[in-house]
Ligand binder design. Structure first.
Ligand SMILES: Nc1ncnc2c1ncn2[C@@H]1O[C@H](COP(=O)(O)OP(=O)(O)OP(=O)(O)O)[C@@H](O)[C@H]1O
Length: 457
C-alpha cells in the first residue's frame, strides 16, 4: 500500500483530524478501502463513517450486501449509515436507465450524509483499472480531451471533497490486499457480464494492454492527471478571454460575440470557448449534442455567408449576422401560453401579432376568418387562449365531439403551430371557434345579439 500512501500525499487527499465518509458497497474495492482507512485512521486522527446503499435491485442479495457491510463495520468499530433506495420507481419517473438512477440516488444519500456529518471527505473505491477502463471507454466515444481525462483523484463535493486514494493501485493489488487481510468481500455477478460496455473493457481490453505494460494503470493515471491539468489551464484561459468580449445574458440564456474576435484566438482556445458558452447556456448539456454540432458551428463561423442559422438541441439557435454570432433559445410560440378576455365590442392582440376583434353586427359574415353567431349574456365573456390537454369541440357535420389534438393532426397543422393556435370559448368554456379551422354548430335563429368575431393577421 506504499503507492496509496504516496498518492494521498501527492494529491493532499487527507488532512489530519478530518471526518471521512466512505462509500462501501460490500465489494472488494470499497471493503479494502474501508479497511485501509481504518488502518491509517489513528495516525491521521480520522473520524470514519461507512455509508452503504441498498439499491434493491438484486432481490435479497442487495440487502444482504448492506447487512454484510453493517456487520463488518461493527467488527471494526466503525459507525455505518445505511439507506434503501427505490431505483425502479425513480428510473420510471424520470425515464432514465437503471445505472444512472442508482447513481443519482446513491449520490443524493452521500450528499445528505456529508452535510449531516459536516464531513471533509467522501472516499470512494475507484482504482487504477477503473480509471483505465473509463478513459478507454471515453476514448471510443469522444474526441474531447477533457472528456477522455477520466476520473479525478479529488474533486469538490457537498461541503467537502470526493477522494479516490485507490486510483494509485489496480484490481489485482486490491484482491491481494483482501487476501492478506482476510477480507472476504461480497461479489456482484453483474461484474462478470461482458455485455456491459465497462465489463467488455475490463475483461477483454485491459488484459491485452497489460500484456504490453503491466503498469498500464499507472501510465494512464499519469496521463489522466496531465490531461486534467491541461484542460483546467485551457478552461481558465478561455474564461479569461471570453470575459473580454462575450455578451452573456444568463437570465434569458442568450449570448453573443463578434466572430472576428473569436476567430482571432488559437483554435484550441476557440474550441474551449465554444464549450464554455454552451455550458453557460444549457443547464445540462443535452445528450443529443454531438461533435457534429461543433463542426457545424465552426463551419458557420468560417463560411462566407453573411447570414446563417443553426438549430442546436432543445431549441438553441446559433445565428450569424455579419460579424455577430448570437446564441439564444428559440421560444416556440407555444411556450408562451396565453389567455385573454375578449369583450364585445373589443379587440385583443395575440402573441403572434395577429388580432381578434368582436363587434355587434346586423349582418352575418361567415368566411374562413370571420364567424358570426347569436350571443346571449350567459355566453359572455369570451376567452381567447391556447389549447389545453383534453380540449374537445363539435362542428358542423361531426357526430359528437373530437379532440383538438386529433383535429390538428387531421389537418396536418405543424406541431409548433398547434400550441399557439387561438381557441375562442364562451363563458362556460365551450369552444366556439378555431380561426381558419372550425366553427362550433350554433342554433340558426338563437336568442341574443348577433356578434361577429374576426381574425385579422
Ligand atoms: N451501493 C453502494 N453503497 C455505497 N457505496 C457504493 C455503492 N456502490 C458503489 N459505491 C462506491 O462507489 C465506488 C465505485 O462504485 P462502482 O460501482 O464503480 O464499483 P464497485 O465495483 O461497486 O466497487 P466495489 O468493489 O467497492 O463494489 C465503490 O468502490 C464504492 O466506494
Amino acid at each position: 500500500m506504499k503507492a496509496v500512501k504516496a498518492f494521498i500525499q501527492k494529491h493532499q487527499l487527507l488532512k489530519k483530524g478530518s471526518t471521512v465518509l466512505v462509500g462501501v458497497s460490500g465489494g472488494p474495492d470499497s471493503m479494502a478501502l474501508l479497511h485501509y482507512l481504518v488502518s491509517i485512521g489513528k495516525d491521521w486522527e480520522l473520524e470514519l463513517v461507512a455509508l452503504t446503499v441498498d439499491h434493491q435491485l438484486r432481490g435479497d442479495e442487495s440487502a444482504a450486501d448492506a447487512d454484510y457491510v453493517e456487520s463488518r463495520c461493527q467488527d471494526w468499530g466503525i459507525r455505518c449509515e445505511r439507506a434503501s433506495v427505490d431505483v425502479k420507481s425513480y428510473k420510471k419517473e424520470r425515464g432514465i436507465g437503471t445505472q444512472t438512477a442508482a447513481r443519482e440516488l446513491r449520490y443524493r444519500f452521500f450528499q445528505k450524509q456529508m452535510e449531516l456529518y459536516k464531513a471533509d471527505y467522501l472516499a470512494l473505491g475507484h482504482h487504477g483499472d477503473d480509471q483505465a477502463e473509463t478513459m478507454l471507454m471515453q476514448f471510443t466515444r469522444s474526441a474531447d480531451p477533457s472528456a477522455v481525462a477520466g476520473i479525478p483523484a479529488k474533486r469538490p463535493f457537498a461541503c467537502g471533497h470526493i477522494i479516490r486514494p485507490f486510483l494509485a493501485i489496480d484490481r489485482e493489488m486490491i484482491e491481494s490486499y483482501c487476501r492478506t487481510e482476510s477480507i472476504i468481500p461480497r461479489l456482484d455477478p453483474s461484474n462478470e457480464d461482458t455485455g456491459y460496455t465497462r465489463n467488455y473493457f475490463r475483461k477483454l481490453v485491459i488484459p491485452l494492454l497489460k500484456e504490453k505494460n503491466p503498469n498500464i494503470h499507472v501510465t494512464m493515471q499519469n496521463m489522466s492527471e496531465r490531461m486534467q491539468e491541461n484542460a483546467s489551464f485551457l478552461r481558465e484561459a478561455a474564461e479569461e478571454r471570453l470575459l473580454k468580449f462575450l455578451e452573456l445574458d444568463k437570465k434569458n440564456a442568450s449570448a453573443s460575440f463578434p466572430s472576428s474576435v473569436f476567430q482571432a484566438c488559437p483554435i484550441a482556445l476557440q474550441r474551449q470557448m465554444y464549450q464554455l458558452i454552451l455550458n453557460y447556456l444549457y443547464k445540462k448539456q443535452p445528450d443529443q449534442l454531438s461533435y457534429l454540432h461543433e463542426t457545424e458551428f465552426f463551419k458557420l463561423l468560417e463560411g462566407n455567408r453573411s447570414n446563417a442559422l443553426l438549430d442546436f438541441p432543445n431549441g438553441l439557435q446559433v445565428k450569424k449576422s455579419y460579424d455577430r454570432i448570437s446564441l439564444s433559445f428559440n421560444k416556440k410560440e407555444g411556450d408562451q401560453s396565453f389567455e385573454f378576455r375578449l369583450e364585445v365590442p373589443g379587440r385583443v392582440q395575440l402573441p403572434n401579432g395577429a388580432f381578434i376583434e368582436a363587434f355587434l353586427s346586423d349582418q352575418a359574415v361567415q368566411d374562413t376568418y370571420s364567424f358570426s353567431l347569436q350571443v346571449t349574456s350567459a355566453m359572455l365573456p369570451f376567452t381567447i387562449r391556447n389549447r389545453r390537454a383534453g380540449d374537445r369541440m363539435n362542428w358542423q357535420g361531426l357526430n359528437g365531439s373530437r379532440k383538438l389534438k386529433d383535429l390538428f393532426i387531421d389537418e396536418k397543422i405543424p406541431r409548433e403551430k398547434r400550441d399557439c393556435w387561438p381557441v375562442i370559448t364562451d363563458a362556460s368554456g365551450r369552444i366556439l371557434w378555431l380561426p381558419g379551422l372550425r366553427k362550433a354548430v350554433m342554433p340558426a335563429e338563437g336568442e341574443g345579439n348577433m356578434v361577429c368575431l374576426k381574425y385579422i393577421d
